[in-house]
Design a protein around this ligand. Structure first.
Ligand code: TXA
Ligand code: MG
Length: 319
């Protein structure tokens, strides 16, 4: 049985004993273990059925901790950390030797962030080691944004979910790497690109279809429901293409008047992309549980968080 609990000291005990604990963050729940315990880290990969070539994000308690684990901090990385931590931006930086190779899949860089969730910040401050934490879902499936999602995925495979309520942001952190000190977005996420650009100027997005992705979060099929999903700018037209099918609709802000669909979820009636992002994965989880023939998702406006939401929806449509 998985314990769902708010007891931070219990989480400290388990993590110190090299066990895994699912932890809340502002983006999604993570499956956490001591970065220095080979046993814990191996169990993370096994539990998620994640390939070992896909490196993990290291979660640290504060910006001051950064220099313990990275060799070098480019000026623009410093600006981003100061502007956004604690918060949903992950920096990929040259690692110090102290970071085990299993965390970074043998790369000489490490992905690191300070999560913005009071429960997990308190937990990190109590622990004498940082936490490696990929999203707490089986590889390629929808990330969890509630303790219940995690429990449903892993049942008794993990001892404890530290309950911090539903995740506020609801999509993963934005990942920024550096090549010759130039910042590059490896994964779109909860911190919109335009907001990042106000701090460090123009930033490039790396082509997500490259053969050997720098961030496997960039792999084609990822964040995917089991139900076939299509993405469209015109929901009414898309519905007509699937007559006599059990359709689930996922729309941004306005209800589609139709009798042809079985169920419909509106992500934000007031048209707020922050609200929509926070509800996105839960909506996909809900739709995926209804044995639909197809999920038709509406494309978002292509700016700000809309860009990140579209990125996840596109990956949800890949087979
Ligand atoms: O919001 C988040 O980032 C959540 C919460 C739990 O913090 N975590 C998360 O972890 O999304 P995960 O493992 O699902 O995604 C981590 C991504 C992967 O796409 C991985 O390839 C990339 O980070 N990554 C990790 N280390 C890297 C490195 N050294 N270079 C490039 N990409 C890296
Ligand atoms: Mg993930």
């Amino acid at each position: 049985m998985t314990i769902i609990s708010k007891d931070i000291s219990k989480a400290v005990k388990l993590l110190t004993a090299e066990e895994l604990v699912a932890i809340p963050t502002e983006t999604v729940y993570g499956l956490a273990g001591n970065i220095y315990s080979t046993k814990a880290i191996k169990t993370i990969f096994e539990t998620k059925q994640r390939p070992f070539f896909n490196p993990l994000i290291v979660h640290i308690p504060s910006i001051d901790y950064l220099s313990n684990i990275v060799e070098y901090i480019p000026e623009k990385a410093k600006l981003l950390a100061e502007a956004f931590w604690p918060g949903p931006i992950t920096l990929v930086l040259k690692k110090k030797n102290i970071i085990p190779d299993i965390i970074t899949a043998g790369k000489d860089t490490v992905a690191v962030r300070v999560p913005n969730h009071p429960v997990t910040l308190e937990l990190l401050k109590k622990l004498p080691f940082p936490l490696a934490a990929p999203s707490a879902n089986p590889f390629s499936s929808i990330s969890p944004t509630t303790a219940k999602h995690v429990e449903d995925y892993f049942k008794d495979k993990i001892k404890m979910v530290l309950d911090g309520g539903p995740c506020r942001s609801g999509i993963e952190s934005t990942i920024v790497g550096f090549e010759d000190d130039n910042p590059i977005i490896y994964r779109l996420g909860s911190t919109p690109i335009e907001v990042i650009e106000t701090v460090i100027g123009e930033i490039e997005i790396k082509n997500r279809k490259e053969a050997a992705p720098d961030a496997p979060g960039m792999l084609g099929r990822h964040y995917a429901p089991k139900t076939t999903t299509v993405l469209t700018k015109n929901v009414s037209d898309a519905i007509k293409q699937y007559p006599n099918r059990l359709i689930g609709l996922l729309v941004f802000n306005s209800e589609v008047e139709t009798n042809a669909v079985f169920t419909q979820i509106i992500l934000s009636k007031k048209g707020d992309m922050v609200e929509a992002a926070s509800k996105l994965y839960d909506a996909l989880h809900q739709l995926d549980l209804q044995n639909l023939d197809i999920i038709i998702a509406e494309e978002f406006p292509d700016y700000g968080l809309g860009k990140s939401i579209n990125d996840r929806l596109k990956r949800a449509t890949k087979r």
